[in-house]
Design a protein around this ligand. Structure first.
Ligand SMILES: C[S@@+](CC[C@H](N)C(=O)[O-])C[C@H]1O[C@@H](n2cnc3c(N)ncnc32)[C@H](O)[C@@H]1O
Length: 411
């Protein structure tokens, strides 16, 4: 099937000219650098007068003006990086997000994701076991990478699949799609989903593997929600459609000593000041499930078909039911993913410590000073999850437990 934008054989390239093997067959290619301007309607100067219209927030930062967003939030230029949580990713300039997309240009990261069987087989099973959902549908794959999800969708009976990726990996995807004779069905577009022009107005299904550490790290869900609001047809679905984040208490005195008490005597030197630097960095690691000392508590649930950007920053109260008398040395966080909506064969996977490990591992928040807890006790807490204003792809997570409050970064 031919693509639009002057392409042939269903392959479209919105990007910088680059010589690749497929180029010689003239699967053309229309470099497309068009930006979506005008998403913000009113801009105020320091006196509150309307001064600019229809610029991207990023373009205005150097001008030192305040910006009144459509949502009614006033920012000033100093703090607008990361803007409101809403739109922070969509507002990043290409050069601001370059490091993120170049990281996905490396093949090792795709190898790691493809080899994560829990992840990849869940997507495959969801599509292959629910072919009635895909039959004759138009599917958008947000962040297609090597094209694996696009190919699953094509094999599941989709009429047309559009894969979009800003990273250079898409050049490999073009060869991969062709090698598997799926170029009649799959159209690939290089660019940010927030900036490309799709060859269709609406799609029936959006698939994406957007999850980061602690679910929300990378903030790629922002881009999926952008695509949903822009392209999903009435009655269409985003998959995965459900996800939740859970916490549990951890009692691992040995590990705690290794990470914290260690600094009291390093080759005979006192380095205790390092503890204050070590604690706030959340650690991504595989947690030994034997060190869990509470039942898990779900602290947040998202319906990807309904959630809005502002809800991706939240505060939740939680209760951890303690199952073992111990010192609580840390709290662990992880997420579960569901392919559920309209599925005769529902598929889910968990990144929790009791399940087969995934490349997301778990995210561990270390206590500076352990909390003694009794079996049967309810450990009450509050968690706040927000984007780091200086880097909207990173997270700041504040945990309040037993009168202690600590902010952690996931980066
Ligand atoms: C986690 S990888 C998943 C790749 C592939 N779908 C898979 O399952 O193996 C996410 C991909 O999305 C791309 N991506 C992230 N945000 C994007 C955006 N806003 N526009 C286009 N591509 C994006 C990244 O470059 C990366 O290749």
């Amino acid at each position: 099937m031919a693509g639009t934008d002057g392409s042939t054989n269903g392959l479209v390239w919105n990007g910088v000219w680059k010589v690749t093997s497929w180029q010689f067959k003239q699967e053309v290619i229309q470099p497309k650098k068009e930006r979506k301007e005008g998403r913000y309607t009113v801009v105020l100067n320091s006196e509150g007068e309307k001064e600019f219209e229809e610029f991207r927030v990023a373009d205005l930062r150097p001008m030192g003006v305040s910006v009144l967003l459509a949502q009614g939030l006033v920012l000033n230029a100093d703090t607008s990086r990361g803007s409101t949580a809403c739109g922070a990713i969509a507002e990043l300039r290409e050069e601001e997000d370059e490091a993120y997309f170049s990281s996905y240009g490396h093949y090792s990261i795709h190898e790691e994701m493809l080899k994560d069987k829990v992840r990849t087989e869940s997507y495959r099973d969801f599509m292959h076991l629910n072919q009635d959902v895909f039959k004759d549908k138009v599917v958008l794959d947000v962040g297609c990478g090597t094209g694996i999800l696009s190919m699953f969708a094509a094999r599941a009976g989709a009429r047309k699949v559009i894969g979009v990726d800003q990273s250079e990996i898409i050049y490999q995807a073009m060869d991969i799609v062709r090698s598997n004779n799926l170029d009649e069905t799959i159209t690939l577009i290089k660019g940010r989903i927030e900036e490309v022009t799709l060859p269709v107005e609406k799609v029936d299904i959006i698939i994406s593997e957007w999850m980061g550490y602690f679910l929300l790290f990378e903030s790629m869900l922002d881009s999926v929600l952008y695509a949903r609001d822009m392209y999903l047809a009435e009655g269409g679905s985003v998959y995965p459609d459900g996800c939740n984040i859970s916490l549990a208490a951890v009692g691992d005195t040995e590990k705690h000593q290794d990470r914290i008490a260690f600094w009291d005597d390093v080759y005979g030197f006192q380095m205790a000041c390092m503890k204050k630097a070590v604690v706030p960095e959340a650690v991504v690691q595989v947690l030994n499930p034997d060190t869990l000392i509470s039942e898990p508590a779900v602290i947040q649930t998202f319906d990807c078909n309904k959630v809005c950007l502002s809800e991706l920053e939240f505060t939740s109260d939680f209760t951890l039911k303690v199952t073992k008398t111990a010192q609580c040395t840390a709290v662990v966080g992880y997420f579960d993913i569901f392919f559920d909506r309209s599925c005769g064969n529902k598929v889910m996977f968990s990144t929790g410590p009791h399940c087969t490990k995934t490349h997301w591992k778990q995210t561990v928040f270390l206590m500076e000073n352990p909390i003694p807890v009794q079996s049967g006790e309810d450990l009450l807490g509050k968690i706040t999850v927000r984007k780091n204003r200086k880097d909207p792809r990173a997270l700041l997570i504040t945990l309040e437990i037993a009168n202690r409050k600590q902010t952690y970064s996931v980066q």
